[in-house]
Ligand binder design. Structure first.
Ligand code: NAI
Length: 506
């Protein structure tokens, strides 16, 4: 039941994937819900589908028969748009087409009361453009749910430039009362969740473009070493590259070619070739039905007898590395000149640059990412001249206790450091631009994207100064303005305060 205690009559226009979920959520929250779809039979089909879903609760014993009857009697199929006349809130979930939405909103204005709120579930259009079709733009807002609506426990209330505070607050209370987290966002491209989620894709693609690692290795690292539920290439295959490619381009265009969101040139040829992902049987991976085919695991070479290693005394994991070497029977030496293998652990710098700066022989040198927990997953990065012998020696040593090791080519910030730094930086800029409050940003990302931490908290855990160092060195190494750090990050690191610290009040 709605905790705001206000029971609304709610119209839902569009009985597709999203409309159905919205009907279910709001009917279960105690509201009277009226569903209309332009295509004959579609609204009835949607309601039947929703009732089937709710019935499962009775079958599982989580819903009483009386409650089921009550919810069913609160869901109504509408034959005409005019049946929505008594609704105080109408939520649109029709086709993603600006002209279709504008026409619908104009038609709705002639049906509902002047005080009724009109909300769009658009994911990519500017809400102000829909509102501009209306006589009363102040009652128009975005209300962006995620699929599947009942399970994705967050919704974005999009305040367009002319949306009134009262409209925003009513929608906030509606979502809150339905048990979802309502986050308020400005009417900016991608709103909050899709904006904050850009970094994983753009930086993952950049890593593959630069031949640092394969898509499967990037996914493995980000899933197993960094803690994402899925890697960017697995996600792209799930969504479909045809759809994701349009989103990447549209967000880049809407942000007036902001380099942080620049799409990768790897994508269009793959879209042209039909490599969409799961739905076409092949994308970044090949699928056997629903199963992703995986390549055979890399063979781990044997440790050679009498091998010696020099571990950079400045390395974050110097102690753990020395213990690993000792357990594997590998002798640690203090002089780089006398060692078969040299191991460094740089932040934001590539292995080659580190070797040159430290006066080390790059052909015997490798780098180990200090960021992921040592016991969980290890990233072994080669210089441009590391020999096969040194690579195999490092792989044998690092895998000697059974911990998975991924071997990558040289990259300032390995894979995990640079992808996380990109995500933190984009989030910092969302905060800097006041697109949402810090709390809403953090919760929206965790609930909408399933990240283990909010992006700014994640930055704090890594250490803001390290994130900043990675970005600055990526920018210096590539000359690419996409890595320029947000003022939000620079200022908080300079002051030594949490990245969660809001702006001072003017
Ligand atoms: P869908 O294609 O599953 O359903 C759209 C429904 O709208 C269909 O039943 C169709 O008959 C009906 N419809 C089309 N034009 C209409 C009109 N002029 N008047 C009344 N009904 C009309 O689409 P889906 O996936 O449910 O998406 C709906 C909206 O939600 C789109 O704006 C989409 O961008 C947005 N959205 C979709 C998400 C998703 O994961 N599918 C996630 C978040 C937002």
């Amino acid at each position: 039941m709605s905790s705001s205690n206000t029971i609304h009559q709610i119209g839902v226009v569009g009985g597709g994937a999203m409309g159905r979920g919205i009907v279910q959520l709001l009917a279960q929250a105690g509201h009277q819900v009226y569903c209309f779809d332009a295509f004959e039979g579609a609204a009835a089909g949607a309601v039947e589908f929703v009732i089937g879903k709710i019935r499962r609760g009775v079958e599982k014993g989580s819903l009483s028969a009386a409650e089921f009857e009550r919810i069913c009697s609160s869901i109504h199929v509408c034959a005409a748009l005019s049946d929505l006349a008594g609704c105080s809130i109408v939520i649109e979930a029709i086709v993603e087409d600006l002209e279709a939405k504008r026409q619908l909103f104009r038609a709705l204005e002639s049906v509902v009361a002047d005080t009724a709120i009109l909300a769009s579930n658009t994911s990519s259009l500017t809400v102000a453009e829909i509102a501009a079709a209306c006589a009363r733009a102040q009652r128009v807002a975005g209300l962006h749910f995620f699929n599947p609506v009942p399970l994705m426990k967050v919704a974005e209330v999009v305040a367009a430039v002319r949306t009134s505070d009262a409209t925003v607050q009513t929608l906030h209370a509606l979502i809150d009362g339905a048990g979802h987290r309502a986050v308020i966002t400005a009417d900016q491209p991608g709103f909050l969740v899709n904006h904050a989620g850009r970094g994983l894709y753009t930086e993952g693609l950049r890593v593959v473009e630069e031949q640092v690692a394969s898509p499967a290795d990037v996914d493995n690292l980000l899933r197993d070493a960094a803690g994402f539920r899925m890697g960017p290439f697995e996600l792209l295959d799930l969504t479909g590259l045809d759809v994701s490619s349009r989103v990447m381009t549209s967000i880049y265009e809407q942000f007036q070619h902001e380099p942080r969101f620049r799409p990768s040139s790897l994508v269009p040829p793959r879209v042209a070739a039909g490599l969409y992902g799961r739905k076409t049987g092949e994308g970044w991976y090949v699928y056997d039905g629903d199963r992703k085919q995986t390549g055979s695991p890399r063979l781990i070479p044997a440790l050679s007898a009498g091998m010696t290693v020099w571990i950079d005394p400045q390395a974050t994991g110097a102690g753990a590395l020395a213990a690993l070497a000792s357990a594997a029977g590998v002798r640690c030496v203090d002089e780089p000149a006398r060692a078969d293998l040299l191991i460094v652990q740089p932040w934001g710098t590539d292995a080659t640059t580190t070797a040159i700066e430290r006066g080390l022989d790059a052909s015997r040198c490798v780098a180990l990412d200090p960021l992921p927990p040592f016991e969980r997953h290890r990233t072994l990065m080669l210089t441009a001249s590391t020999t096969g012998t040194a690579r195999d020696a490092a792989l044998a040593l690092l895998a000697s206790d059974g911990t998975p090791v991924t071997v990558i080519n040289d990259s300032p910030g390995f894979v995990v450091q640079r992808v996380l730094a990109t995500i933190v930086n984009i989030a910092a800029n969302i905060a800097q631009r006041g697109i949402a409050s810090v709390e809403d940003l953090e919760d929206a990302v965790m609930l909408g994207l399933g990240y283990p931490y909010g992006p700014l908290s994640w930055g704090d855990r890594i250490g803001g100064e390290r994130v900043l160092a990675v970005l600055r060195q990526m920018q210096a190494a590539t000359g690419d303005p996409r890595y320029r750090p947000s003022a939000w990050l620079v200022r908080r690191v300079g002051l030594g305060i949490s990245l969660l610290t809001p702006e001072a009040k003017r």
